[in-house]
Design a protein around this ligand. Structure first.
Ligand SMILES: [Zn+2]
Length: 62
C-alpha cells in the first residue's frame, strides 16, 4: 500500500483532488471561502437596509 490515506473534501465529503487540495473542486473551494466571509458577503443580491438606501445617491436615478 503506497497510497497515502486521503481525507475527504471538507465541504462535500467527496474524495479530494490533487489539484484543488484540500477540496475536491474549485466550487468547494469557493464555498469554503464564502463560509469564511459570511453569508452576507457571499450573496451579492442582499436586501439593502433603510440606512443604506438613505445614504445612497438616488438622485441619479430616473
Ligand atoms: Zn467537495
Amino acid at each position: 500500500m503506497s497510497t497515502k490515506p486521503q481525507k475527504p473534501c471538507p465541504i462535500c465529503k467527496k474524495p479530494r483532488s490533487e489539484e484543488h487540495t484540500p477540496f475536491c473542486s474549485t466550487r468547494c473551494k469557493d464555498r469554503d471561502l464564502a463560509k469564511w466571509f459570511g453569508d452576507g458577503y457571499a450573496v451579492p443580491a442582499r436586501p439593502a437596509s433603510p440606512e443604506e438606501i438613505a445614504s445612497a445617491d438616488w438622485d441619479a436615478q430616473d
